[in-house]
Write a protein that binds this ligand. Sequence first.
Ligand code: C2O
Ligand code: CU
Ligand code: CU
Length: 480
Amino acid sequence: MTSYSIHPVAALRRRQLLQGGAAFAVAGFMAPAAAAVGSLAAASDGLTTKLLPGPTQVRMIGDKAPATAVWAYSGVTPGPVLRLRQGTPFHATVENGLAETTTVHWHGIRLPNAMDGVPGLTQAPIAPGGRFDYAFTPPDAGTFWYHSHDDGLVQMGRGLVGALIVEEADPPMVDRELLWTVQDWRLDENAQIVPGFNNRMEIAMAGRVGNTVTINGRLPETLSVHAGERIRLRLLNAAIARIMALRFEGHRPVIVALDGQPCDPHTPPNGRILLGPAMRADVMLDMQGEPGRSYAVVDDFYGGLAYTLVRIAYDKAAPLRPHPLAAPLRLPGNPVPRPDLTAAVTQEIRLQGGMMSGMGGGMRGMMGGAAWSINGQSMTGDGSAGMPPLFRIDRGRSCILDFRNETAWWHPIHLHGHSFSVLDRDGMAVPHDESGDTVLVPPGERVRVAFVADNPGDWMLHCHVMEHQVGGLMGTIRVA
Ligand code: C2O
Ligand code: CU
Ligand code: CU
């Protein structure tokens, strides 16, 4: 990995160079509430919005650095934060200002198939200058997101992603809510996105792991906090390939939801919050650090490439309260049906291909030169309409997906239209209830998830490392 992924510190150094070392404040860094200015507010009434994908310029590494040419929703990347209400109909009109076709996928939302935004499968792609009206009623509260599903590797890699929050009717008591939409970019010396997506080497390896990690579209400096406050932090890994493992030095983050679905409040193993591309975690942070001190938030997923994502700085004021807030951490549940494991059908999903596999999966059984396959079948690009589904399942039936990673690489595997619970990893039951729409499957591991196939239609099942998806780690399942 070291040969082609550049340490993010390179970006930090470059930033200092570009800025002459001047400090700057990060505007888009605060909570949605605090950041609900300008374009954000317009998109946030929970009922209707307009999204305008198109090319634009943004300043992501500081006000004195050159602007970066990106593709963005309504002029900002990440796109406007959409705040929806659970059980309330939502409408979005998408007007395509790009020079190529696009679609919008509402990742993690259990919605009708025709609204899922997969070109050639659930809708015709939106032509340049064309429009499409999406409408759905989100059944679940939680942290979700939206992104292009057409030419996804390039369109997402150039910025077409955004957070979608479905508010609980009765949210937990906190002092502040923050949202970190994390993106990873490979920028050159002029702060421009390095071209050459679809590089064969990266497709068959870890994907494009970049050199600049942004939070809410900016290279983060410092987050200021007050001692004693409780923060609900919504984390979204919107990177195309970078996996993150976040540690909050001196703090004890408690995970209360994964992929928008509430779970038993728990501290993650070794205090590391592991998020593959597309994955979300809601964490509760009781700010129990010392007034005046600062603490690092470190991402150390790639062993030798650990870096400080951001620093948390306490102001000097006395703690807001002597003890952490006593309010419960648990989030209200969502109406996701529980799978019946005794009656479930099991489908084996073998993940195959990639470079340097020492585990026997290798490049064996590849079709048409694709780098990856699922059960010997490679759906590439944005999907191929003619390809038969991996399997068909009766509507309402419980289903176990038995993922076997026969490759040497990590895969965040995502299922559309449903939410599953993770049962076990290599035969060991998961220690905390863990549900979601994307599960990170380590090299060589076996992971089983279960869900009720209650949503009719053809649904995508794919790796969310975008290079793996376009390279063949994709298929569909049919619920009928
Ligand atoms: Cu978030 Cu098929 O994607
Ligand atoms: Cu999705
Ligand atoms: Cu993958």
